[in-house]
Design a binder for this molecule. Structure first.
Ligand code: MSP
Length: 659
């Protein structure tokens, strides 16, 4: 991957039926880390992520929330975008499959494949579950019933459209055999070849609107929408400019790396290559399937209540440590277990003890002994041999491991260099040299220790951009602080110049593991208690709850249903014929919201402009005097009946959640 002219990396696009979880965060951080490493190597890079907004799952989620599917998408996409911002994700584009730039491309592809008879209409016969609204193959039924809900299924014949995928089976097997790096890791390549040993069917690419109408309409039959996978996979080319911006497409395609989870292997290694082949588009260079994050050893699932919330982790323990843990803990390609204890242990060992300690000791001592001023030159003696080898070796190793998608091993090498730095510092004990007033020696040791920090902080920058910028700024690296260059990291003393260093203490404060685990246990017990009292209500308990509600007491579950967001007032005007109403246009981050508010007697329209107010953003829309109002402002009602709006500081971005 590394000797490339360009690097184009993608993540799967995520379904917007629910908020993001650790699996989504992991792949996106992985994509970000790869993109940032390539930028470090000055390789032109394009990093694409986005959301998969059509199909049954989103349709059902919308139905569950009693909103339109598009609204379901618009609400949920913000959760992803907010998380990516929080996690310092540097994607170059974000594609939503409901955008015109995507839907038009899908329709053009479909129209062409249909014209060329690569897509044809035929009757489809299968076992249909009315409850789940899905077809199943006979072999998937459980004792003749639906494998998902156990209800009876009925045989149904339905006209549909099919892509001639079977015609490409032999070609695909040959391609995978001749291109051993196409599907990685190797066991996933074998899995795909195994799958291809059975005859490949043609792929049903349509869904009749009479059953589910949330999708891209087929250009040749308006009674149907496109099957969600045939639509979603196309994002990798529509996002790069296919049939839309040929110059961009020529620049970025073929993708260097599609990152996926192991559960979506077949769609990516069988459907997608055959679709591209039929379109006459080049194959991506690599499809890499990573393993799953488990909770300890169990699958994460909502019903077990063990899903890790990435936003919470990042907020509690910091974005960078969370990113580091995910990258260092999972052997790429295998499953990994997530436990808080595992996180704390790695955090303390690698970040607090090894890296944070070295950074703090070295920079503080440079300040104390050298007034923060590094010497003019960097003297290297025999004593530095191991340190130089460990640090420059780590750069080479990182390069090699990256090209083999072994990030965790690359990071292991960097941490080994950090440990070598600590050993060097201990052995050369600059504080003793200072006591003996051996000032040249003091300078030598501190300058070399600072050089070790320059290199390791550069290597860790793609994983922990925030903390490493802090450290590199403290090291006085100027512009290089935020834009490390791998070439410069590979040479000891490259670009050495005298510079001013500031102490960098407390990068990674130690976690008191025992206390933190106790805390967590308590929190979990409290949550379980709330759940229990919610879930196992006997009729008397249930009426007790109502009594509580009558007294105005709600539990956290009730409160969490209310979505409060910061909205910035863009426009405000009085509503004609009323004394009390103002019509506001507000910026809610991802969208503009119109709200009608009864505050005209307390505020003039001009007073409100650019103010950050708080909006109940998931309130059912209402029509007030024929004007649509989507949300409600929070305000205190004073004794005289006037209102005082709840406002938020101006540096808080619109759309930020309150609560
Ligand atoms: N929309 C499809 C992808 C279309 S790509 C053209 C989809 N979306 S998803 O939201 O359900 O899942 C996205 C990714 O999250 C998948 O790669 C899946 O493997 C990954 N993960 C879901 N749970 C996971 C873990 N517990 N651990 C790691 N990744 C997991 O599938």
């Amino acid at each position: 991957m590394l000797d490339q002219q360009k690097f184009y990396v993608t993540t799967p696009i995520y379904y917007v039926n629910d908020k993001p979880h650790i699996g989504h965060a992991y792949t996106t951080i992985l994509g970000d880390v790869l993109a940032r490493y390539h930028r470090l190597m000055r390789v032109p890079t394009f990093f694409l992520t986005g959301t998969d907004e059509h199909g049954q799952k989103v349709f059902e989620a919308a139905r569950h929330h009693q909103i339109k599917p598009q609204e379901q998408c618009d609400r949920t996409v913000v959760r992803f975008q907010e998380l990516w911002e929080k996690l310092e994700i540097t994607n170059d584009d974000f594609i939503r499959t409901t955008e015109k730039r995507h839907t038009e491309v899908v329709q053009k592809i479909l129209a062409r494949l249909y014209r060329e008879d690569q897509i044809y209409g035929a009757d489809y016969e299968g076992w249909y579950c009315v409850g789940c609204e899905r077809f199943f193959l006979e072999k998937d039924l459980v004792e003749g019933n639906c494998p998902d809900c156990d209800k009876t299924v009925e045989k149904l014949v339905e006209k549909n459209y099919f892509f001639r995928m079977s015609a490409y089976q032999d070609w695909l097997v040959d391609y995978i055999e001749q291109n051993p790096r196409f599907i990685q890791p190797e066991h996933r390549r074998q899995e795909t070849l195994g799958f291809l040993r059975s005859p490949l069917n043609d792929l049903c690419i349509s869904r009749p609107k009479s059953r589910m109408n949330w999708g891209i309409e087929l250009p040749f039959d308006s009674d149907y929408v496109t099957y969600v996978w045939f639509d979603a996979l196309v994002n990798y080319i529509s996002g790069a400019g296919y049939l839309r911006d040929e110059e961009s497409f020529r620049q970025w395609w073929p993708a260097s790396c599609h990152l996926i989870g192991k559960d979506i292997l077949t769609t990516h290694t069988v459907y997608w290559p055959t679709m591209l082949k039929a379109m006459g588009v080049a194959m991506p260079e690599m499809i890499f399937a990573h393993g799953w994050w488990l909770t300890g050893r169990d699958k994460m699932s909502k019903s077990r209540g063990n899903v890790v919330n990435p936003m919470e982790m990042a907020e509690k323990y910091g974005v960078d440590p969370f990113r580091y843990f995910l990258m260092a803990e999972m052997s790429l390609g295998q499953d990994a277990g997530f436990t808080e204890e595992g996180f704390f242990q790695r955090y303390n060992a690698d970040l607090a003890n090894d890296l944070g300690n070295l950074a703090s000791r070295v920079t503080r001592m440079i300040e104390k002994q050298l007034n923060g001023q590094l010497p003019e030159n960097l003297p290297v003696t025999d004593s530095e041999k191991n340190l130089v080898a460990a640090c420059t070796g780590a750069v080479e190793q990182m390069r090699d491991h990256l090209s083999e998608m072994r990030i965790e091993r690359g990071l292991g090498e960097v941490l080994a260099a950090v440990r070598e730095g600590n050993r060097y510092f201990e052995q050369n004990a600059p504080w003793k040299l200072a006591k003996n007033e051996e000032w040249q020696e003091v300078s030598r040791v501190l300058a070399n220790a600072a050089e070790c920090l320059r290199i390791v902080s550069g290597l860790l920058f793609p994983v922990m951009p925030g903390k490493m910028t802090e450290l590199r700024t403290g090291l006085g690296l100027g512009e290089d602080a935020e834009k490390p260059n791998l070439e410069k990291l590979a040479t000891w003393g490259e670009g050495w110049r005298s510079r001013q260093v500031q102490p960098v203490g407390g990068l990674f404060p130690r976690i008191d593991i025992k206390a933190e685990l106790k805390n967590l246990e308590q929190q979990k017990a409290e949550q379980a208690e709330v759940k229990k009292s919610d879930g196992q209500k006997s009729p008397t308990q249930s009426s007790k709850k109502h009594e509580q509600a009558a007294e105005g007491v709600i539990d956290i579950g009730d409160f969490s249903k209310v979505e409060l967001r910061v909205a910035r007032v863009l426009q405000a005007e009085s509503v004609e014929g009323t004394k009390k109403l103002l019509l506001l246009q507000t910026d809610l981050g991802s969208e503009q919201r119109q709200v009608v508010a009864g505050i005209a007697e307390s505020y003039k329209p001009a007073d409100l402009l650019n103010r950050n107010v708080v909006l109940v953003s998931n309130l059912k829309p209402a029509s007030i005097r024929g004007l649509e109002s989507k949300g409600m402002l929070l305000a205190a009602k004073k004794a005289d009946g006037s209102f005082s709006l709840v406002t938020v500081d101006s540096d808080v971005s619109p759309g930020t959640q309150v609560g």
